[in-house]
Design a protein around this ligand. Structure first.
Ligand SMILES: Cc1cc2nc3c(=O)[nH]c(=O)nc-3n(C[C@H](O)[C@H](O)[C@H](O)COP(=O)(O)OP(=O)(O)OC[C@H]3O[C@@H](n4cnc5c(N)ncnc54)[C@H](O)[C@@H]3O)c2cc1C
Length: 255
């Protein structure tokens, strides 16, 4: 909410920033990737007087924030507004240039860049390696969101009448649940090993209407995913008992 307020305010009040561009008298720096990491590095380098150039393999800036974070959380307009501001600080952005495929470190050196910052993100999803993860209709959050951010208009009722089981109950899980509900799902069940207290910062952002269709199952772990004869998927879960915190590894489940 706070982040959205700030970005909405910024977009609605352009040209009010007191931050002005700095004369760029220092070295050229190449930055690979125009996600938040590359954009932030470029912005701060420009403010320090360096000449940053970002090379982005895609045709848009923003990285996962543009392609993964749902529109209702952060609009394209707010993101474009930020990127334009960063450009106005003296940052050059070159799109559709993939490091490795289109140019190399040698090419960068030949162009007179004195340093390179690689900010290509981490697109390989981490899974729990549960039995059943490879069943049809089992998704990994990031791929699910990337596929639907712009594709949702193609089938606004993709999950009409369906119930969603979601392993995990953090902010990204909520984005998945909200996306599924917007695409017609009637219910999302979140299974999380943590307690309600530990998840309170996530839960406080859920509106009352959302809580009615998004049910949390706290201190619950998933053993495996199975498919019933009627095709429905089942998350087979058990309740966790938390022991006293382990001095080396932190919290410790007893079962
Ligand atoms: C659903 C969701 C919600 C999130 N919500 C929040 C939040 O509320 N707050 C928060 O702080 N974080 C949030 N995050 C995390 C945040 O999106 C990431 O931490 C952030 O995007 C990482 O930025 P990055 O620049 O390191 O990488 P990325 O965003 O992955 O950007 C990397 C960029 O590098 C480009 N690239 C890759 N390879 C090459 C190459 N060879 N040559 C040129 N370019 C290349 C990619 O195209 C991409 O544009 C969320 C993430 C998700 C998935």
């Amino acid at each position: 909410e706070l982040k959205r307020f700030v970005s909405d305010y910024e977009t609605a009040h352009p040209n009010e920033s007191k931050i002005k561009s700095v004369k760029q008298t220092k070295d050229k720096v190449a930055i690979i990737g125009a996600g938040p990491g590359g954009l932030s590095a470029a912005y701060y380098l420009a403010r320090m007087g360096y000449k940053p150039t970002i090379y982005e393999k895609g045709d848009k800036t923003g990285g996962v924030v543009r392609y993964g974070v749902p529109q209702y959380r952060l609009s394209d307009e707010a993101l474009d507004h930020d990127v334009n501001f960063i450009k106005s600080m003296g940052v050059e952005i070159i799109l559709n240039k993939e490091f490795g495929a289109n140019f190399t470190l040698e090419d960068i050196k030949k162009q007179g860049f004195k340093a390179v910052f690689i900010a290509v993100g981490l697109y390989v999803p981490k899974t729990l390696r549960l039995e059943g993860e490879d069943l049809p209709n089992v998704h990994v959050a990031i791929d699910f969101l990337l596929d639907r951010k712009y594709g949702c208009a193609e089938d606004p009722e993709e999950f009409k009448g369906k119930t969603f089981g979601i392993i995990g109950g953090g902010a990204v899980a909520v984005d998945v649940g909200e996306t599924a509900v917007r695409l017609g799902a009637t219910k999302a069940d979140f299974v999380d090993i943590l307690t309600e207290e530990a998840l309170k910062n996530v839960l406080k952002d859920l509106h009352e209407a959302e809580r009615e269709v998004m049910e949390y199952h706290f201190t619950t772990s998933t053993k495996n995913i199975t498919q019933e004869p009627n095709g429905k998927l089942a998350l087979n879960c058990y309740k966790i008992e938390w022991g006293e915190p382990d001095p080396e590894t932190g919290r410790r489940p007893l079962n």
